[in-house]
Design a protein around this ligand. Structure first.
Ligand SMILES: C[S@@+](CC[C@H](N)C(=O)[O-])C[C@H]1O[C@@H](n2cnc3c(N)ncnc32)[C@H](O)[C@@H]1O
Length: 280
């Protein structure tokens, strides 16, 4: 396990993932009924952007950094920036909340959260960080086991972020299988799977697998900050959203063009959004 999210916290991929994840939580919370948030590859709670690791790559500067002082943010992104600003009360961008912290900040009394993280250091940090919060459970275990271990949840409503580091060649395949298992165990689970846009051939097979996996509704959302054939690293990323709450896709019609323009690097950015299964 070499991947450390601290090098990448707050980059363009985190902006896309966290802004949409937070909005999905808020839309699901329009109903009073309790909700369980599951984060199978949780990372840690807070990232120090002035620290050595984030400083080494500086990726956050071309991510959350580009949104930090803008006055023309679409509403969905303004909500996300406000959530980050909560951890930076003096207005200087120094701390970045990872998905567990971002969601923990927005849970209601009736909601609960299950986190799994395999890296011993991050898992220990998470356990300590959330120790006083009985509604947050932290497990040091393989995130792919999460659907079998925890679904269906007693609340009957679940939001699940699947966000592996993609260090291994079969991660996309394992994700599709894990989602299939999860949906078989609890059909109404809302899933957000994050994936990198790097290898177009591998992605083609993945799209087909997602479309044919027997899932109720699948919305594909992608944002590229560079032309996708640039060999500079992570050109873009996507989210596969299973059972996304309405009217998320209508809001994203405004947000994605804005983001692709604002986060573009060395060439024009681009975006797309379409249904791979069950268009409403
Ligand atoms: C992309 S990062 C997570 C970022 C986090 N979800 C966020 O949005 O702030 C992926 C994390 O998965 C962890 N990890 C790697 N393999 C894992 C596995 N099999 N099960 C659970 N966690 C794993 C890594 O240690 C890393 O912290």
């Amino acid at each position: 396990m070499n991947y450390r999210h601290s090098y990448h916290a707050g980059n363009h991929a985190d902006v896309l993932k966290h802004a949409i994840l937070l909005r999905m939580l808020q839309l699901l919370q329009r109903k009073e009924a309790p909700l369980c948030y599951l984060d199978s590859h949780a990372g840690t709670a807070l990232y120090d952007l002035s620290g050595e690791q984030a400083g080494k790559t500086g990726e956050y500067r071309d991510g959350i950094g580009r949104l930090w002082s803008r006055e023309d943010l679409p509403a969905l992104l303004a909500g996300y920036r406000e959530a980050v600003a909560r951890h930076n009360p003096d207005g200087q961008l120094r701390l970045y909340p990872g998905s567990p912290q971002l969601l923990a900040d927005h849970l209601r009394e009736q909601d609960r959260m299950i986190l799994s993280e395999l890296h011993p250091e991050d898992a220990a940090t998470l356990k300590q960080h959330f120790a006083a919060q009985a509604h947050i459970a932290v497990h040091q275990r393989d995130g792919y086991e999460l659907p079998k271990a925890f679904l269906p949840v007693a609340e009957k409503r679940a939001l699940w972020l699947l966000d592996p580091p993609f260090e291994k060649g079969d991660d996309l395949q394992r994700c599709v299988q894990a989602i299939q298992t999860g949906i078989q165990r609890m059909r109404q689970t809302v899933v957000a799977l994050w994936y990198p846009i790097k290898d177009e051939r591998q992605l083609k097979a993945f799209y087909q697998h997602m479309a044919e996996a027997g899932l109720p509704k699948v919305l594909r959302v992608e944002l590229s900050v560079r032309p996708t054939d640039t060999s500079l690293g992570l050109n873009g990323s996507g989210l596969m959203l299973v059972n996304p709450p309405w009217p998320l896709w209508e809001e994203l019609e405004q947000v994605l063009p804005w983001l692709s323009e604002t986060l573009a690097q060395s060439g024009p950015g681009s975006w797309r959004m379409d249904w791979l299964a069950g268009e409403p």
